[in-house]
Design a protein around this ligand. Structure first.
Ligand code: ADP
Length: 469
């Protein structure tokens, strides 16, 4: 069985969020389970592509509207990722420093057309084509409707929704960019008057998965306008919880950490990482250290953080460190707090993979007051590194973090995205921190949870098998 994953992001090549982590690890675990799983993504102009060697396996050209673009398919020369990696190189459109911007429609449509043109030339076609999010959502439509891809029609497609908030909308004026298709079925592309790649994918794909079971249930009621579509298609939808790459996320071997540690030496290992963070960011290391890592957007509840931090820091003895970027106003407010709470609060506005790893290792608590959380990987990394998650009960957070008041609890859970509830949850965390025996017990329990890909990789393989029959 040969699976081709098609994605805009893949760790460590290009990462904006959790999508990259999933596409960079699931195929590796699928290969370990005896199937052949490969990845294709755009060739961006970034550190990875500039420092690795590739071989060209195919070159041709394709048409986007009136324009012909040359393209090549490149393959990563060494096989260090645990799967074959192919990159679509369209210099004019994809050689960019960024992954996403305001020219996404043309860029990702071109990426998808070039990918399908290449697959047409494969002697033995993929068994399954697995698309991820709206950036690759036009693949199932084009495979089933464009005359040119008639020979790919019988290949089953799977769409995984990592985040339904973003749907890739564009105007009907751009229909001329598509290869010729049966115009009678143009409605498959439309949702509410726009071309909607995510909606088109849900309609045309053979199977839809979401990255957690609870997120699947939630999408039927709230999916940024697509709820009725998902309700209609519910029989082909399934939630499969994301796993984590336990080779990358391993406190014993993680090369980003200041000090590696085994579960039996968690206390001393975490202490060294905490001391480093507190020195770097001028925080008091004797207090419980709370962190937030992520996109500073409404989905993550980030606009409440300045008020929450102001109140929590005034009331409690604690330290807070933030790593993230996003909404400019939130970035500013989080920056402004630094002067007011010197020694207690600091923030790093930007993206920093190494710092994120040290923070998961050095912190005591991770805050995730998310409004929407399809799966959430941060809480899984935190648990594995012995940092207790303080989360809002939603989506994947609901599926992975049980409150400490319950049997097998590993974190602190609040129901709503509200300033007072987040502060109450932080109060409970400080209380737990001040009870060293209880704190260590919960931390150890969280570290023993197994959220690796083994189980979920099998669920995906079972889905593929059911489509192949
Ligand atoms: P998202 O909705 O952003 O995809 P996830 O929890 O699924 O959220 O995944 C977020 C991933 O991105 C995690 O690996 C997290 O550590 C990483 N991340 C988010 N923001 C930053 C940042 N500013 N610097 C470094 N890593 C980050």
């Amino acid at each position: 069985m040969k699976i081709l994953h098609i994605s805009a992001e893949c760790y460590p090549i290009a990462k904006v969020g959790g999508l990259a982590d999933v596409v960079g690890s699931l195929p590796k675990y699928q290969n370990k389970q005896g199937i052949t799983s490969q990845v294709i993504m755009p060739f961006y102009d970034n550190k990875f592509t500039n420092t690795h060697k590739f071989i060209t396996v195919f070159n041709s050209e394709f048409q986007l509207g009136e324009i012909n673009y040359p393209f090549t398919i490149k393959k990563l020369k060494n096989n260090s990722l645990g799967f074959d990696l192919f990159l679509v190189d369209i210099p004019e459109l994809l050689h960019k420093k960024y992954v996403y911007s305001n020219d996404d429609t043309e860029r990702f449509l071109a990426f998808q057309i070039a990918t399908l043109n290449w697959i047409l030339t494969w002697k033995v076609k993929p068994t399954i084509i697995h698309c991820h999010d709206h950036h690759t959502g036009l693949i199932p439509f084009m495979m089933s409707q464009c005359f040119k891809y008639d020979r790919l029609k019988m290949i089953p497609t799977v769409l995984t929704i990592h985040n339904a908030q973003y749907q890739g909308w564009f105007s009907h004026n751009k229909l001329n960019l598509f290869p010729a298709f049966n115009f009678k079925n143009v409605g498959l592309l439309d949702w509410d008057g726009s071309i909607n790649p995510l909606a088109a994918a849900i309609k045309c794909t053979w199977k839809v998965t979401t990255v957690s079971p609870s997120y699947m249930e939630e999408l039927i009621h709230s999916a940024n306008g697509l709820e009725s579509l998902l309700k209609h298609e519910v029989s082909k939808c399934k939630g499969v919880l994301n796993g984590i790459d336990t080779e990358v996320w391993n406190a014993e071997t993680d090369t980003y950490l200041i000090k590696n540690y085994k579960i039996s030496a968690t206390q001393s290992g975490k202490k060294r990482n905490k001391l480093y963070l507190c020195n770097q960011f001028k925080l008091n290391s004797s207090k419980p250290l709370f962190i937030f890592i992520g996109r500073l957007v409404g989905e993550k509840g980030a606009e409440l953080l300045p008020e929450v931090f102001e109140k929590a820091l005034t009331k409690n003895e604690l330290s807070i460190l933030v790593l993230g970027s996003g909404n400019v106003e939130i970035e500013k407010q989080l920056g402004d707090l630094k002067a007011k709470f010197k020694g207690k609060y600091n923030s790093y506005i930007g993206y920093n993979e190494k710092l994120a790893h040290i923070m998961y290792a050095g912190a005591d608590f991770l805050l995730m007051p998310s409004r929407v959380e399809p799966c959430g990987l941060n809480q899984l990394y935190a648990l594995r590194y012995g940092t207790i998650p303080v989360v809002r009960s939603i989506g994947g957070l609901k599926d992975t973090v049980i409150d400490i008041s319950k049997k097998d609890g590993v974190g602190i859970v609040h129901k709503n995205v509200a300033v007072n509830e987040i502060i109450e949850a932080m109060d409970r965390a400080v209380e737990l921190y001040n009870n060293p025996l209880g704190f260590k017990k919960i931390r150890k329990r969280g570290m023993q949870k197994n959220y690796s890909w083994e189980v979920s990789a099998t669920s995906y393989i079972n889905i593929y098998k059911s489509l192949k029959a």
